[in-house]
Design a protein around this ligand. Structure first.
Ligand code: SME
Length: 160
C-alpha cells in the first residue's frame, strides 16, 4: 500500500491544472499530464490515456518502460473495457485474480482505470498499472477522478 501524502495529491492536481492553462492542443495536454503523473507517483508504473473511437478504446499518450500490445480494446473487454462500459472507476488489487484482465506487462500486479466523461458520455479513460500489489487507494481514486474531470474537454476533442 502506498503512503502518498495529501500534499502530494494536491500539488500534482495543481500542476495538471497549470498544464491546462498553458497548453492549447488537446494531445499535448494529455501527453504532459500523463508524464506528470508518472513523475510524481512512484507507484504509477505505466500510465496511458485511452480515447473512445466508436466501439473501441484506442491508446493515446502513454508513459512507461514498455509499449503495450493493447493499443485498441473493444469496449466491454478487459478491465479497461469494463470501466468504459460502466462509466465507473475500476480498482483491481490483484490483476492475476481477475478474469477480465488483459495482460500487458508481467511486472503488473494491480491496476486502476478511471473513465473520462464529457456531456455524460465516456470519451476516454486513464489506465494505470502498478508493480505493487493493491497499490491504489481511495485517495488515488479521488485524485484521478478529479484529474479525469479536468482532462475531459480535451479528451472529448480527440474522441470520435
Ligand atoms: N490491463 C488492461 C489492458 C491495458 S494494459 O494494462 C496497458 C485491461 O485489462 O483492460
Amino acid at each position: 500500500m502506498s503512503t502518498v501524502t495529501t500534499d502530494t495529491y494536491r500539488s500534482a492536481f495543481e500542476a495538471v491544472d497549470r498544464i491546462l492553462n498553458r497548453e492549447a492542443e488537446a494531445e499535448e495536454v494529455l501527453r504532459k499530464s500523463v508524464d506528470l503523473l508518472a513523475e510524481r507517483f512512484d507507484h504509477y508504473s505505466w500510465i496511458g490515456v485511452y480515447l473512445v473511437e466508436g466501439d473501441d478504446l484506442v491508446l493515446g499518450p502513454w508513459h512507461g518502460p514498455e509499449e503495450t500490445e493493447h493499443t485498441r480494446i473493444p469496449i466491454g473487454h478487459g478491465i479497461c473495457g469494463a470501466a468504459a462500459a460502466s462509466g465507473r472507476t475500476e480498482i483491481v488489487d490483484d490483476v492475476n485474480a481477475d478474469d477480465r484482465y488483459l495482460a500487458c506487462f508481467v511486472s503488473t500486479r494491480s491496476e486502476i482505470v478511471v473513465p473520462i466523461s464529457f456531456d455524460a458520455k465516456v470519451v476516454g479513460e486513464i489506465d494505470i498499472d502498478s508493480e505493487e500489489p493493491s497499490a491504489f487507494t481511495e485517495a488515488d481514486r479521488e485524485f484521478l477522478e478529479r484529474v479525469a474531470l479536468l482532462l475531459s474537454p480535451h479528451a472529448a476533442k480527440l474522441s470520435r
